[in-house]
Design a protein around this ligand. Structure first.
Ligand code: ZN
Length: 365
């Protein structure tokens, strides 16, 4: 036993996790599961499992262990509308990785939400280019917050576009390598493989399965990783890319193995993994121009490859918005107002985004 604990300690030390992380009591949830007539909400409250059955038709509000959630009245259908145009402001954030408090601070200071964490962005469109999951310890809080913000935005005439990142797809597929130790413990306490907390019969699982992998808003194209020049060569449209990607989301739920195209879209050069805008031998200027022309956009906005702040590449044609919120110290939001680009800092200062002429080569992360 002592030997086992010693090895566990060494393992945790090497993986950068303190043993105390697993020992401290955790609270998490709710995870809401639907059957034909009812919903069951389960939570962990200071290491204890709570369970409650909710009437499907009457109760929209779930409150468990101080977390209160307003549920949508029906399971969301797949978002097939991928192109939005109009006279509204646009904001975009990426790679939150469970840093809920920092995310809230950033959105409040930039007036996307108010003091009560409710939508205050009027008819604006707020894009989140994926990676809510993994690393940090407030993933569930972040998911429920965005889930509810989406409903508030719609009521106000605005929109929240949450896009899938590689960490969403990893967790849904049971690849739990980057899970915060808290969630490893949650899985154990609930006696369930962690990914089944997001199975298709769960409210959050069904919602995640309804999300797209890309969106185009006022001639700006958003995705987590980016678009490989191959896609132009293959003459693929945005709706085709999104359709093949989302129809092949969770391997164990597919009737037949992923096709060649589905495999391509779910691996290195696909929209959630691609990093070719940031490294030598990646996309060149001509590739970027043909991508912009093919998809009918002026900019491509991506997360996934971390920067210190929001930056541009290829003379502003590519905008990198992962400002390393995952480190828990700082974050930025991209703001687009009347065609002008700004960095919204954590403190809420609006700084014009100056296009960089030459691509900067960043270290791989
Ligand atoms: Zn990523």
């Amino acid at each position: 036993m002592l030997r086992k604990r010693y090895f566990l300690f060494i393992f945790l030390l090497l993986s950068g996790t303190a043993l105390s992380d697993l020992d401290k009591p955790v609270s998490d949830g709710p995870y809401v599961f639907e059957s034909e007539n009812q919903r069951e909400a389960i939570s962990i409250c200071s290491d204890k499992k709570l369970s409650k059955v909710i009437d499907y038709h009457t109760a929209q509000q779930v409150e468990q262990c101080k977390q209160s959630v307003v549920l949508q009245s029906k399971t969301p259908s797949k978002k097939n509308l991928l192109n939005y145009q109009g006279n509204f402001q646009v904001a975009a954030v990426s790679d939150i990785h469970g840093q809920f408090d920092l995310f809230i601070e950033l959105l409040r200071n930039n007036k996307i939400i108010d003091e009560n964490n409710e939508w205050s962005f009027a008819n604006g469109h707020f894009v989140i280019t994926g990676d809510i999951f993994d690393r940090g310890e407030k993933v569930t809080e972040t998911l429920w917050f965005i889930y509810q913000l989406e409903q508030q935005a719609r009521k106000a005439g605005g929109q929240v576009h949450l896009l899938l990142g590689n960490h969403e797809v990893m967790v849904l597929n049971g690849d739990l390598r980057y899970l915060n130790p808290k969630y490893v413990k949650v899985g154990k306490l609930l006696d369930k493989p962690f990914e089944t907390l997001f199975s298709p019969n769960s409210v959050l699982g069904a919602w995640l399965r309804s999300l797209p992998v890309l969106v185009k808003v006022n001639h700006v194209l958003f995705a987590h990783g980016g678009f490989h020049p191959d896609l132009v060569e293959q003459k693929l449209s945005l709706s085709r890319i999104n359709q093949v990607f989302t129809e092949n989301l969770v391997k164990t739920e597919l009737e037949k193995p992923r096709s060649e195209l589905a495999n391509y879209l779910h691996t290195t050069n696909g929209p959630i993994w691609y990093r070719g805008y940031f490294y030598k031998n990646g996309a060149n200027e001509a590739d970027i121009d043909s991508l912009l022309q093919h998809f009918g956009v002026q900019h491509i906005v991506v997360g996934h490859t971390s920067q210190k702040r929001i930056e541009t590449r290829y003379d502003g044609k590519v905008i990198a918005i992962d400002a390393s919120m995952k480190l828990g110290q700082y974050g930025e939001v991209l703001l687009i107002q009347k065609g002008q680009l700004f960095r919204g800092t954590l403190q809420g200062v609006k700084v014009p985004l100056i296009p960089t002429k030459t691509p900067i080569i960043s270290p791989r992360k």
